[in-house]
Design a protein around this ligand. Structure first.
Ligand code: PLP
Length: 393
């Protein structure tokens, strides 16, 4: 019996366990320290009332013979796919229901989509970025080329003439850098993908944080994208579904390679390996798109966005370079005084009792940078910012 040896090529990620260990040690040595965590990438506000009410109704339906449901369609119920279609329509994107696949969150589909691509494809992944893109390709034994995201390109790498790759990952708004591609930049990637017969895997998990109407919230707002892109989206950050689990993936009918529609391959993959998202959860997700649901999630999103503004404003006053903070829940800052990522982590923990995430945990180019998030409590965010502003760098 042979194991998948590619697993041995995975780099151990000690990022969050190291953060937790360091915080626990500090707490042991300083039991009275009031530690504020601005490192978390998870939401903290509860599900909105419109969603909770729909979830409760669906639970009751499941308890009655007349309305009980067993296995549902693997690609999701039409009542939710129709709502997603309507959501895209508002962004000016026309989709067919068959192009929308309901998932249990973006992470699974981002990983599972690789089933439909041959191992011998070259892969382009930005550095720094959400680590799942790298690890899933390492598990499959693919070769990865990194797209350097850095201060010079505002953490938004663009295609160059000599670049080659068949599978391209883009994440906008980006985790961890908070950077957002504009239309012209995304058009460059779409043109590149079409010219190179490549596919773009576009992660739009944070699209709901985009406020600037000039910025695209879907790659399908860009001409030609339906011929070269798959988009992954999620209710996690948009509506607090990180623990409830629901998302959606769009595979356009016009996306073909060698005359084969990727939509058909993905449908075959999903109907074989996935049995759908729970009916109850899909009912809750559909409520996000109701009038009340939209108003209520906007209130929660505005809460996080205001936290992001508070953090960004303080960094501006301190003269610290950062990206994100606008159109994103993430603030990605250059560690002051050329400190390394972990050096700054230790400094901030010791001097301000504030916890963030070292940028080096997201890729080589993250060294010297640091991620703060807007998902915390308002008073804690204000207090953390006050303490950071009081430090002498
Ligand atoms: N994509 C990015 C960029 C993320 O940061 C995350 C979660 O943090 C996900 C996808 C996963 O989202 P989900 O909860 O829908 O699986």
């Amino acid at each position: 019996m042979n194991l998948n040896k590619n697993f041995f090529n995975l780099e151990e990620s000690y990022l969050f366990s190291n953060v937790a260990k360091k915080v626990a040690n500090f707490k042991e040595e300083n039991p009275n320290a009031d530690i504020i965590k601005l490192g978390i990438g998870d939401v903290t506000l509860p599900l909105c009332t419109a969603v909770v009410e729909e979830l409760q109704k669906a639970v009751l339906e499941m308890g009655k013979k007349e309305s009980f449901r067993g296995y549902g369609p693997e690609q999701g119920y039409d009542f939710l796919r129709e709502k997603v279609k309507g959501y895209y329509k508002e962004k000016g994107v026309d989709l067919e229901v068959e192009e929308i696949f309901i998932s249990d969150g973006a992470k699974s589909d981002i990983a599972n989509i690789l089933d439909i691509f041959d191992k011998d494809n070259s892969v382009l992944i930005p550095d720094p970025v959400y680590p799942v893109y790298v690890d899933t390709n390492v598990m499959a034994g693919r070769k990865i080329e990194y797209l350097c995201a850095n201060k010079e390109n505002n953490f938004l790498p663009l295609p160059t003439k000599d670049l080659r790759g068949s599978i391209i990952y883009l994440c906008s708004p980006n985790n961890p850098t908070g950077s957002v591609y504009d239309r012209e930049q995304l058009k460059q990637w779409v043109d590149f993908a079409i010219e190179n017969s490549a596919v773009i895997l576009f992660d739009a998990a944070y699209e709901s944080f985009i406020e600037d109407e000039e910025l695209p919230r879907s790659i399908f707002e860009i001409d030609g994208a339906k011929k070269c892109a798959i988009e992954f989206c999620s209710f996690s950050k948009m509506a607090g579904f990180t623990g409830t689990r629901c998302g959606y993936t769009v595979v356009p009918m016009s996306l073909e390679f060698g005359g084969v529609k990727l939509n058909r391959l993905w449908l075959r993959r999903q109907t074989t390996k996935f049995n759908g998202v729970p009916y109850i959860v899909q009912r809750g997700a559909a409520a996000v798109f109701s009038k009340e649901g939209m108003e209520q999630i906007k209130e929660n999103l505005n809460y996080y966005k205001e936290n992001a503004r508070i953090i960004s404003k303080a960094l501006e006053e301190l003269g610290i370079y950062y990206t994100g903070g606008k159109n994103s829940p993430y603030i990605w800052l250059k560690c002051p005084n050329d400190m390394g990522s972990w050096e700054f982590f230790d400094y901030l923990l010791k001097e301000a009792n504030v916890v963030g995430t070292p940028g080096s945990g997201f890729g080589k180019n993250g060294e010297g940078f640091f991620r703060l998030t807007a998902f915390g409590d308002r008073q804690n965010t204000i207090e953390a910012v006050r303490r950071i502003s009081d430090l002498s760098f």
